[in-house]
Ligand binder design. Structure first.
Ligand code: C5P
Length: 331
């Protein structure tokens, strides 16, 4: 082949390739994008009493961990949800659909969205899976629908969807006070060797609260308690603190299998093991990878328990993975 024909064919080939990719880019506009939706644990959870509005006053320390779902958003005429797990409802009982409807109605939008949920976080499980999905749905849809909203506005919308939702606009380690919706970020706790074990038991959060038979609180009580909670959260150290979850006695009484998870984790060498939220997940802290791996091996026969080796996700990691800093520039 002469030098001329070599360059001629090379040039033809390149220009065709370029034209073709431009053609595809124009013909198939793909504006879809995927965001992670992380799970949480509660380092500790104290139920202080029943409020006048029927909810319970909490003092809890939330923590995002590396177990995650993924949400993919694409343009569509209608709001639709699909899920990798067929046992997850995709109708309005799913907080993603509820979040999409609330946001669409609030801003009188005609746009829809096709959302796909890649589900890994057990639900229900005390790991905030549904709440995390709702918060990420609000952030994702604000981007898809080009709504120029501040994070505080989305947090406010999230508060009406569920008590755990506001935390997922912060991530990292954060105090949840009031109903659990008043969030104060604190220094990130860092643990690399965590295990989350979820036995196949559904605990209803509403029933778990009802079984506590908590005393009634006044607004004044709540104010003075908040001060103590803040102080405690600011000085928290995951390796040294005595972790406590007020749901444990009543949840263990009706579901002894969950207590068995906790005891087994401690017997295998966990430094601490604690119920997350109202369960059924129990998380455990290990001092090194070898002990965590040996524990996973020892639990191999527990085929009804789901097991997740995770680490904490700091607030910066969380915000970067969701691109919160760029997207909501004013925050
Ligand atoms: O807010 P969320 O939908 O997650 O709450 C589920 C149920 O848990 C509520 O209907 C209420 O019965 C109970 N709850 C409570 N106090 C809280 C949070 C939830 O009593 N702080």
């Amino acid at each position: 082949m002469s030098a001329f024909s070599y360059w001629f064919f090379t040039f033809r080939f390149l220009s065709l390739a370029v034209n073709k990719s431009i053609f595809y880019a124009l013909a198939v506009p793909d504006n879809s994008f995927t965001l992670p939706s992380f799970a949480k644990i509660n380092w500790y959870l104290r139920v202080l009493g029943k409020r006048e509005d029927g909810f319970h006053e909490l003092c809890t320390l939330f923590q995002t961990v590396s177990l995650r779902d993924d949400l993919t958003f694409s343009e569509s005429k209608e709001i639709t949800l699909t899920c990798s797990n067929s046992s997850v409802p995709v109708d309005e009982t799913n907080l993603i659909v509820r979040a999409a409807k609330v946001l669409g109605e609030k801003y009188a939008l005609k746009s829809g969205a096709a959302i796909h949920l890649e589900k890994r976080i057990p639900a229900p499980g005390g790991l905030g899976g549904g709440s995390s999905n709702a918060a990420v749905a609000l952030m994702g849809l604000a981007k898809l629908w080009k709504l120029n909203l501040k994070l505080e506005i989305l947090t406010e919308i999230g508060r009406a969807i569920g008590s755990d939702v506001p935390f997922f606009f912060y991530g990292g380690t954060a105090l949840g006070a009031g109903r659990g919706t008043e969030i104060t970020p604190v220094n990130d706790a860092r643990e690399k060797f965590l295990l989350i074990i979820t036995p196949s038991i559904d605990v209803s959060t509403r029933d778990a609260f009802a079984r506590l038979n908590a005393p009634h609180l006044t607004k004044l009580d709540s104010k003075s308690i908040l001060k103590i909670c803040r102080n405690e959260a600011e000085n928290f150290s995951s390796s040294q603190a005595q972790l406590k979850n007020d749901f444990e006695p009543s949840v263990f009484a009706v579901q002894p299998e969950i207590e068995r998870v906790k005891e087994k984790l401690l017997r295998c060498g966990a430094i601490q093991a604690n119920l997350s939220g109202s369960g059924a997940s129990v998380f455990a802290i290990f001092d090194k990878e070898e002990t965590r791996q040996a524990t996973l091996k020892a639990l191999e026969n527990e085929t009804n328990w789901r097991k997740f080796a995770v680490a904490t996700v700091s607030r910066n990691e969380y915000r970067e993975s969701l691109k919160l800093v760029d997207r909501f520039a004013s925050d």
